[in-house]
Structure formats: structure tokens, C-alpha cells
Design a binder for this molecule. Structure first.
Ligand code: PEP
Ligand code: MG
Length: 580
């Protein structure tokens, strides 16, 4: 039976493929019966997974030495469970006696233990069942390997490009695995339009729809799907006519993309010869070829926290240095802006371990980004040293996320000086004059932008967070996503104020949030005075096509008038006219 689901369009385009349901929890494991000869091997596999997870916890204990006591306690409890015969010995017996695969044996034992914990009267003891589940999840993940690979293996015979991942939700770490395994699309029950997961979907340039409600329970594995990432529609088991229509539309979109490719070498300037710089946002060193392919003039935002995601440990200085060096060298003399970690909020080192730390409430307002870096001086020094060391390979800039206070900038600059001086002491080369910029993504920073202009070399407006904080809506919550409005007069006022204030003192400002890559907003931003845009490589050529057709002399006065409007309908109407 054919039916249609509606959600939020987060990444444009059309995908046609087969549904591949991704487990809500990793605990929905396959149930396999082993031959007697396989039993010993399976037990060895189970033992190896337990050992690996123990090692992971041990590394975490060392690398989070200064973390809050709750985190240490959490690691202790998990380690203790991993030494408990109930979790380590019993599953081995189950594998041997019932000839189950390791994942299934472990989950059976977990269910048994959880039912025992449920019987405790003491609420503290009852709650410990969640620790058991989390420990088991860790071991199951280890047994399954990286989720992307496990998924692809489960669908042998179908090439990954034709698979559409259907999930309840995906963490940014899950999506990282999609960079290694190309899927046609992914669709989720939850998620907002500028959640980091959605941003990643756009960076992968695969059509995606989120916030579908209950797609996972309505769609069955292997069913044919059409994902319309432009309209936010998913058609399940389409009839042949609809399928044909979408195939044609998909071909048209591909044709348009091919046409846009011709603009790659065109100079990015308006009709009246105003130069507009178009930079790329990247998450991993592997994104560099895509940025060059799209004709990016440099990297305007390297979200380094993605180096952490999906792993249980922290990359050391050497590993970070190698990653940054790869990007700087890969960009062949073009500038690279490296943002220090924006960890916390929805981007945890590992989805489980930071939970205890962030107490699960309002992570977006908590100790994230620069706040976390300043609270973890060792981690911060490691990163700053690695970035400085990479700076000798090409023009490199340092960007600091989530600044709000003057003292945060001062402390950051002092930390940078410390990193520089330690490298000088070791006679290690780096760029002494590395430029330092700040993200303007908290309304306070936009309003009191003078503090930033006096202390920093450049600014970058992070509109994703700026909108989230200005309008008090969680950017990853689909229930409030309709309130996420880049055109809200308050948002436009903050951007305009930042641009105008910086222009007065000659400090460069870019926009690196999703607004920069939205072609419907290119003219508006140009008219507001923006000359540096940083976006996903997949958006660059389309934005360029709009830049080439724009004339600043005409746009500037129109946009100035537009900014005086504070009625949303009028603003919308004016935007349509501007783009006509
Ligand atoms: C932003 O907030 O606009 C931004 C670019 O940073 P991130 O999306 O990584 O929070
Ligand atoms: Mg941000």
C-alpha cells in the first residue's frame, strides 16, 4: 500500500531507494544460532569486546582527570559492572549452552538483570538498571563495530547508494559513519532543521527529511521509498506513475547541478564588481576535496569537535596536529579557519559518558564550547598547540565559539599566549601572527559587539545558535522548529548591528551559520553588507549563481528599507520581491 509522510525538509534533492530500518537502541540485535564449531570463536569475540570497552573506560578515566566527580563515579560503576560475573560470565554460559550469538546472549542476560533491579524497593538501586543497560549498549556497539558498516553488511547485495536509513533519531556521531558509507538518504522521526544532524545531512549533500513523527514504526525494512528533501515528503511504496515522475524530477535536479558546476571557476563578484568571498564549512579533513571541488576560496569554519565524535577517547596533540595539517596543506595556500572545540550540547564525546556531566538539562545553555575549553585547560592547551603547529603549513586562523564575556576572550588569548610560549621554548615553528576571531552566536555578543571588535581580529556570525538563543527555541527540537525563523526582525537587527559596527572599524565579519548557505537569503545578506559567506560546499555554487546576478548598488538601499519593517508578512513579501 502506498502512503505519504510529511516532515521537515532539511537537505534538498530526491532519493529513491529501499528502506533500511536502524534500531532505536543498539539493543535490537540479531538472533543467530551458532553451529557447535563456532561457539569458542564467539566466546572469544565476546571476551575481546569486554576487554575493549574496559580499555575505553580506562582511557576516559585518564583523559577526564579533572572532570566532575559524577563522571568519575559513572566510570567506576560501569567498570564495576564489566567485572561482575553476572555480566561477564553468564553470557559466556548462554553462548555455550544455548548457542546464541554474543550480542543476543548479552541482551538476554541484561533483560534478566534489569528485571531483578526492578524489584528493588530502594529507588537508587532500582535506577542502577540504567547503568546495566548503558554498559551492555557499549559492549553491543563494540561487537557490532561501527554502526554504518554493520548496517551495510546487513543488506548485502544492495549497494549503499540505494539504501535509505530510517531511524528514530541519529546522533551527529552516527551521521559521521555515513561519511564513510554513502547512503541515498536518511529520514528520522525526530530532529529540527538546524540540528547538527541536519547540518551534516546537508554537508553530505544527501536528501533528508526529519521530524516525521513515527516513520520508523510505519515503514518496513526493504520497502521502496521516495524521499523528497526539498518538500519534506516521504512516499512509501509509490505507485509506478509517481515513481516515474520522481525519477524525471531527480534527473532534472542532477542536470541543474551539472550546469552549476560551470560556475566553479567564475570570479565571485556582483554585477557592480563587488568581490564576495565564498568559503566552505567542514567537519573532517576528508571534506577538503569536496570544498575544493566546489570552488571554495578557503575554509571559513572547521568544526573540530567532529574529530571527537563517535569515539570514547580524546585525540592527542599529535593526532589533532595531523588532522589540522592535512586540512591546511590540503587547501593549498587558501585560508583555513579552525574553530576550537564546540563540545557539549548535542555534540558529546560519546553520547553516554557526558550525560552524567551535563545533568541532562539545558545543555545548550550549559558548559559547552569555549566554556568547556576554559574549564579544561589541559584539553585546551593540547588543541591550541596542535593548531599553532599546523599554522606553519599555510594561512591559518583561530576561531572561538560561544563567547559572551570580555573575560572569556582575555582568558582565551592568555591561553593562546601560553601555548605559543611553550612551543617557542621547544623551538617548534608556528605562525606568530595567527589571527584570532570570535563567533557571534549569543545575542549578548551581538549587542555588545564592541568588546569583541576591540580584542579580536575578525568575527564570524553563527546564525544557527544566534537564532536559537534570540528566539529561545531548541534548534534540535522538531516540536518548536516552526518557530525557528531566520527572518525574525530581532535576528536581522542583531546581524545588521554586528555587520555595521564591524564595518566602522574595518574588522572583517563572515556568516558561517546555515543562513549563509541558503540561496533565498543571499541577496538580503549582500544588501546588509555581508561580503564573506561560509557554508557547506554543496551550497557554494548555487549561492555563487545568486551573487553573480546581484547588484549591491540596487540591493543596499532596498534592504535598508526592508530592515525597518517589523511585520513578518511584509518582510516576507519584501524578500520575495528582492529575489524576483
Ligand atoms: C552556528 O551556530 O551558526 C554555527 C555555525 O556553529 P554550530 O552550527 O556548529 O553551532
Ligand atoms: Mg554555533
Amino acid at each position: 500500500m502506498s502512503f505519504t509522510l510529511h516532515g521537515l525538509p532539511v537537505s534538498q534533492g530526491i532519493a529513491i531507494g529501499r528502506a533500511m530500518l536502524m534500531s532505536h537502541a543498539t539493543l535490537e540485535v540479531s538472533h543467530l544460532t551458532l553451529t557447535p564449531r563456532m561457539v569458542d570463536k564467539e566466546i572469544a569475540r565476546f571476551d575481546a569486546a569486554i576487554k575493549a570497552v574496559k580499555g575505553e573506560l580506562e582511557t576516559m578515566r585518564v583523559t577526564t582527570e579533572h572532570a566532575p566527580p559524577e563522571l568519575a563515579a559513572f566510570i567506576d560503576i560501569h567498570t564495576m559492572f564489566l567485572e561482575d560475573p553476572e555480566l561477564v560470565e553468564k553470557p559466556r554460559d548462554i553462548i555455550r549452552d544455548r548457542r546464541c550469538n554474543a550480542e543476543w546472549a548479552l541482551v538476554q542476560q541484561m533483560e534478566h538483570l534489569v528485571s531483578q533491579f526492578d524489584e528493588f524497593d530502594d529507588p537508587y538501586l532500582r535506577e542502577r538498571k540504567f547503568d546495566v543497560v548503558q554498559v551492555v549498549e557499549r559492549v553491543v556497539k563494540e561487537l557490532l563495530g561501527r554502526p554504518g558498516r554493520a548496517l551495510a553488511k546487513a543488506h548485502k547485495g544492495v549497494t549503499e547508494e540505494l539504501l535509505i536509513v530510517v531511524a528514530h533519531d541519529l546522533s551527529p556521531a552516527d551521521v559521521i559513519t555515513f561519511k564513510e558509507n554513502r547512503f541515498a538518504s536518511f529520514i528520522t522521526d525526530v530532529g529540527g532543521g538546524t540540528s547538527h544532524t541536519a547540518i551534516l545531512a546537508r554537508s553530505l549533500a544527501i536528501p533528508s527529511v526529519v521530524g516525521l513523527g513515527n516513520a520508523r514504526s510505519l515503514i518496513r525494512d526493504g520497502e521502496q521509498l521516495i524521499v523528497d528533501g526539498t518538500r519534506g515528503v516521504v512516499i512509501v511504496n509509490p505507485d509506478p506513475r509517481v515513481l516515474e515522475e520522481y525519477r524525471l524530477r531527480k534527473e532534472q535536479i542532477e542536470l541543474e547541478k551539472t550546469k552549476l558546476k560551470r560556475l566553479k571557476t567564475a570570479r565571485s563578484q556582483t554585477i557592480d564588481k563587488v568581490a564576495v568571498q565564498l568559503f566552505a564549512n567542514i567537519e573532517l579533513p576528508g571534506d577538503v576535496p569536496g570544498a575544493l571541488e566546489a570552488g571554495a576560496e578557503g575554509i571559513g569554519l572547521f568544526r573540530t569537535e567532529f574529530l571527537f565524535l563517535g569515539r570514547g577517547d580524546m585525540p592527542d596533540e599529535h593526532e589533532q596536529y595531523e588532522a589540522y595539517k592535512k586540512v591546511v596543506k590540503g587547501m593549498e595556500g587558501r585560508p583555513v579557519t579552525i574553530r576550537t572545540f564546540d563540545l557539549g550540547n548535542d555534540k558529546d564525546i560519546h553520547s553516554d559518558e557526558m550525560c552524567a556531566d551535563r545533568v541532562k538539562t539545558n545543555p545548550a545553555l550549559g558548559r559547552r564550547a569555549i566554556r568547556l575549553s576554559l574549564a579544561e585547560p589541559r584539553m585546551f592547551q593540547t588543541q591550541l598547540r596542535a593548531i599553532l603547529r599546523a599554522s606553519k603549513y599555510g594561512p591559518t586562523k583561530l576561531l572561538i565559539p560561544m563567547l559572551a564575556h570580555a573575560h572569556e576572550i582575555d582568558q582565551t588569548l592568555a591561553a593562546l599566549e601560553q601555548a605559543k610560549s611553550s612551543l617557542r621554548g621547544e623551538k617548534v615553528a608556528f605562525d606568530e601572527n595567527i589571527e584570532v576571531g570570535g563567533m557571534i552566536e549569543i545575542p549578548a555578543a551581538a549587542l555588545a559587539v564592541g568588546l569583541f571588535l576591540r580584542r579580536l581580529d575578525f568575527l564570524s556570525i553563527g546564525t544557527n545558535d544566534l537564532i536559537q538563543y534570540t528566539l529561545a527555541i531548541d534548534r534540535s527540537d522538531e516540536q518548536v522548529s516552526s518557530l525557528y525563523d531566520p527572518l525574525h526582525p530581532a535576528v536581522l537587527m542583531l546581524i545588521a548591528h554586528t555587520l555595521a559596527s564591524a564595518e566602522k572599524v574595518g574588522i572583517p565579519v563572515s556568516v558561517c551559520g546555515e543562513m549563509a548557505g541558503d540561496p533565498r537569503l543571499t541577496r538580503l545578506l549582500l544588501g546588509m553588507g555581508l561580503r564573506i559567506f561560509s557554508m557547506h560546499p554543496s551550497q557554494i555554487l548555487e549561492v555563487k549563481s545568486h551573487v553573480l546576478k546581484s547588484e549591491i548598488e540596487v540591493l543596499a538601499p532596498t534592504v535598508r528599507r526592508m530592515l525597518r519593517l517589523d511585520e513578518p508578512a511584509k518582510l516576507q513579501e519584501a524578500l520575495e520581491k528582492l529575489n524576483a
